[in-house]
Each structure stands twice: as structure tokens, then as C-alpha cells.
Design a binder for this molecule. Structure first.
Ligand SMILES: [Zn+2]
Length: 335
């Protein structure tokens, strides 16, 4: 198994930028590797029909500054890393994984420098203990609702940060483009963006780790992320980005421990159907938070997202055709 650990440098900025390029051999080597993978992606994209752009040159202003380091060009210690020709730089955290260090990449995000170290770890034996199945409804209002009734709210700090983000955006727009104050405002905005991303990542990691360690079978809606991304509202576009990332993290974590993720078609009417009897409420709107079944023999009532999560679970199990073999984790609902 190959893992990456992303660690921030301490007292970094001046230290890294004021010195000459750390190691010309590694830097050149890394650039060639990058161009090779860019061309590979481009040609594979042509073959498979997925659109990928022709490789572009880096630009000083737009490209994130970064360089590659081969494993013989640096040494990692406790809270520090020795980079050849650059010297010892302190890290904000220790390396989390112990294993064979393969390579590293140093990069700059919002005026902070980071090192991402790739480590090879021995594969853990996959536990074959059967874990229950779960359905997840992902949404814009509430981040996720599980078919067990567990709810994950969007974090409040994120909303406060988004407000600051809007202000920083306005401030940047009022500055003269290219001026010193414009660069200062831009820097501030970049730092805020980074903080929002960190807050979001934290929440998503906690959610996906919990699901991957508790459930062996996960039903989730596939999202049309590209289509969703087209809306203009800042808060909404962040939520969209979070949904795409959530699916990605979930899939990788669940499959890493031997679990199964089944994606239900995004046109499946998960919020319109009653999960108990299949009665369909076609006119349900986003404002209807409670699902009320009108079928005379059923009359189930409950949270709309919980109903959707249960539908997603049922549909995922139906798709796999193992309805009886999986122990379902469902909320005790009263009809
Ligand atoms: Zn019903």
C-alpha cells in the first residue's frame, strides 16, 4: 500500500524561497516525470473519449510552485527533513507512517510550504468479518444522512469562513489589478481558501473513516459533479465540491478494507419513493422535510433524508442482488 503524508514546514517561506533551487538533478527529473504523465493522460483521454487537455507550460503566476525530490535527495527525521543543498527544515508534524520512503514533493499553498512524502507500507490483511450494510443520502443542507438515522451536519465554522471569503473576494475586486495591495488581498484570499478546504477535509475524513470502519456494504447516490458545479453561488459550489470529494474518499476507504460501494443512478427517485411500500410522492419539494406516505395501508412518516437513505440502501442491495445475504443497518422505524 502506498500512502502520502502531507506536512507543513515551520518558519518556511523565506527559508525556502531565498535559497537557490535545491537540487537541479531532482528538479529536472521531476519535471520530465510530470510531462510524461501529462502526455500519457492526454493520449489515454483521446482513446477513452474522456476530454483531457493538451499539456500546458507552467506559468510563474498561475502554477503552484512545486518540485520533486528523489528518495536519495532527502532524509526524514523527527520533526525535520534534510534536503540536499537546502539544509534542514523543520516540519510542523512528524511523519505519520513508518515504511520505505519512495519520494517527496515540496509545494507551496497560500504562502505556506508543504512536503508530501510518499511511503510504501506493507499491505494489511483484509478482515473478512461481515459488516452491516448502510445507505447514505448526501445533500446540500445536511451533509449526510445514514439509513441508521445518524446525521452529519455541515460544520458551522465553515459557514463563518465562507462569509469571510465573500468579503475577501470583494476586497480583491476593489484593488487595482497587479498593485501591491492587490497581491496582499490575493494572498489573504488564498489563505482563507486553504482554511475552508482544511475544515472541509477534516469533516469529510471523519465521516468517511467512520463509515468505512463500521459498514461493509455502502449504497450511495452517484452525483453528476460537473453539472452541479455550474451553479454560481459560492456556498453551493463549495458544497458540490465536498460531495465529489466525499464520494472519492468513501470509495477508496471502503474498498481498502475489503468493503463494497454500490453507486445508485442519480436519476433514481430516492426522495420521492416510500421506502416501505414504494408509493411515489411525485410533487415532493425541497421544502418538504418530512416524508408522508399516502398509501392507505402504509402511512409511513419520517425525515425525508432518512427515507432517501433507506431507498438508496434498498436499491443498492437490489442492484447487487444479495438482498438476503447482507445484514442491513436500518433505523427502527414505526409505520
Ligand atoms: Zn408507504
Amino acid at each position: 500500500m502506498i500512502r502520502n503524508d502531507h506536512v507543513r514546514f515551520l518558519g518556511e517561506g523565506a527559508m525556502v524561497t531565498s535559497r537557490p533551487l535545491p537540487d537541479s538533478k531532482s528538479v529536472v527529473e521531476g519535471a520530465f516525470m510530470d510531462v510524461a504523465s501529462a502526455f500519457k493522460n492526454f493520449f489515454e483521454g483521446l482513446k477513452t473519449g474522456k476530454k483531457r487537455g493538451y499539456p500546458k507550460f507552467k506559468t510563474k503566476r498561475k502554477t503552484k510552485p512545486a518540485f520533486y525530490l528523489a528518495s536519495d535527495r532527502f532524509e526524514v527525521g523527527d520533526h525535520w527533513v534534510d534536503i540536499s543543498k537546502l539544509g534542514r527544515v523543520n516540519m510542523a508534524e512528524k511523519l505519520r507512517f513508518s515504511g520505505k520512503i519512495l519520494s517527496a514533493r515540496v509545494s507551496k499553498t497560500a504562502s505556506w510550504w508543504f512536503i508530501s512524502i510518499t511511503v510504501e507500507l506493507p499491505d494489511k490483511p483484509v478482515e473478512s468479518q461481515p459488516l452491516p450494510a448502510v445507505g447514505i443520502d448526501v445533500g446540500l443542507n445536511r451533509l449526510a444522512t445514514l439509513s441508521t438515522g445518524r446525521q452529519f451536519e455541515n460544520q458551522k465554522p465553515l459557514r463563518t469562513l465562507l462569509k469571510h471569503l465573500l468579503q475577501a473576494n470583494k476586497r480583491l475586486a476593489r484593488r487595482v489589478k497587479g498593485s501591491k495591495n492587490w497581491y496582499k488581498a490575493k494572498e489573504k484570499l488564498a489563505r482563507l481558501h486553504y482554511r475552508v478546504a482544511c475544515a472541509r477535509e477534516d469533516l469529510l475524513h471523519k465521516l468517511t473513516t467512520e463509515i468505512a470502519t463500521t459498514y461493509g456494504f455502502v449504497g450511495v447516490e452517484s452525483l453528476h459533479v460537473k453539472g452541479l458545479m455550474q451553479n454560481r453561488k459560492l456556498a453551493l459550489s463549495f458544497a458540490d465540491a465536498a460531495l465529489g470529494r466525499l464520494l472519492m474518499l468513501l470509495t477508496s476507504k471502503v474498498t481498502a478494507v475489503g468493503g463494497t460501494v454500490v453507486k445508485v443512478d442519480r436519476f433514481f427517485p430516492s426522495s420521492q419513493l416510500c421506502h416501505q411500500c414504494g408509493w411515489r410522492w411525485k410533487e415532493i419539494t425541497l421544502a418538504d422535510r418530512i416524508f408522508v406516505c399516502q398509501h392507505p395501508q402504509c402511512r409511513w412518516q419520517g425525515d425525508r433524508d432518512l427515507n432517501a437513505a433507506l431507498n438508496i440502501l434498498n436499491e443498492a442491495l437490489r442492484l447487487v442482488g444479495q438482498m438476503d445475504q447482507v445484514v442491513s443497518a436500518v433505523a427502527a422505524t414505526t409505520p
